[in-house]
Design a protein around this ligand. Structure first.
Ligand SMILES: Nc1ncnc2c1ncn2[C@@H]1O[C@H](COP(=O)(O)OP(=O)(O)OP(=O)(O)O)[C@@H](O)[C@H]1O
Length: 227
């Protein structure tokens, strides 16, 4: 589902004399349907950079990144948007939402964008919010004022509301209490069982050991060592 071949990435710092910072060289990784791969490596090794390239936020300098049928390197913006709508979900650590949109609509949005029936969508969004223990009195409010853990759970509800065939998870259990953490680990296991391919960053070692089938240390992709 994810097929990454010989990917390199350099940042050009235009405001610092156009300094070129190579951060990744010849990264290759394949992730099959139903498999979860955890990216590991010390801080600064390039985990977030790789995740951002997989989501099409950063452009790879060279190589190929295929997610399902889509080649992300050189893709048109509309292809990237279609991929994100239909195939590739992303649960980031922080919730970014349009202010004043009710939580229920924030969670329903991925299904509405796919043209699902609004009533069914609303029911599904509410089911996810209930499962993640967001109190019902909050569903009509914007999540902008929610606590860190509440915002993270809204983010997770939104990321799992559609059965994406491919998922990127950035610290999905970071600010959660044990009960909600368990719910999220179950959601990840269910996604794998239905065939989703997952790439994640999990600093929570126990969570990683439970859901990840393989660990890939991205330090192996840093330019010095890969050379
Ligand atoms: N936008 C950017 N411009 C310039 N350099 C960047 C940029 N983003 C990341 N880097 C550099 O790329 C390297 C990898 O960073 P990255 O954030 O991917 O590491 P990480 O493994 O996710 O670290 P952490 O665990 O601390 O989040 C770092 O040296 C960082 O300074």
């Amino acid at each position: 589902m994810f097929d990454i071949r010989d990917v390199s990435k350099s940042f050009v710092l235009h405001n610092q004399g156009s300094a070129v910072i190579p951060v990744m060289a010849e990264a290759s990784l394949q992730v099959a349907k139903g498999e979860c791969v955890a990216l590991t490596g010390e801080s600064g090794a390039g985990k977030s950079t790789l995740m951002r390239m997989l989501y099409g936020n950063y452009l790879a300098s060279a190589g190929s990144i295929r997610v399902g049928e889509t080649e992300l390197v050189g893709a048109q913006p509309r292809e990237v948007l279609a991929l994100r709508r239909e195939v590739l979900g992303y649960v980031s650590q922080f919730l970014r939402v349009v202010p004043r949109v009710p939580t229920r609509d924030v969670v329903a949005d991925p299904l509405l964008a796919l043209g699902h029936d609004p009533q069914e969508t609303r029911a599904r969004a509410e089911e996810m919010l209930a499962r993640l223990r967001i109190p019902e009195r909050l569903w009509a409010l914007s999540p902008t004022t929610f606590s860190g853990g509440e915002q993270q759970r809204v983010n997770i509800a939104r990321g799992f509301v559609h059965s994406y065939p491919a998922l990127l998870l950035d610290e999905p259990t970071a600010s959660l209490d044990p009960v909600n953490r368990e719910t999220v680990l179950c959601l990840i296991e269910e996604a794998k069982a239905r065939g989703a391919a997952i790439v994640g960053i999990f600093h929570d070692a126990e969570a990683r050991a439970r859901v990840a089938d393989r660990e890939i240390d991205v330090t192996g992709f840093t330019p010095e060592r890969a050379a």
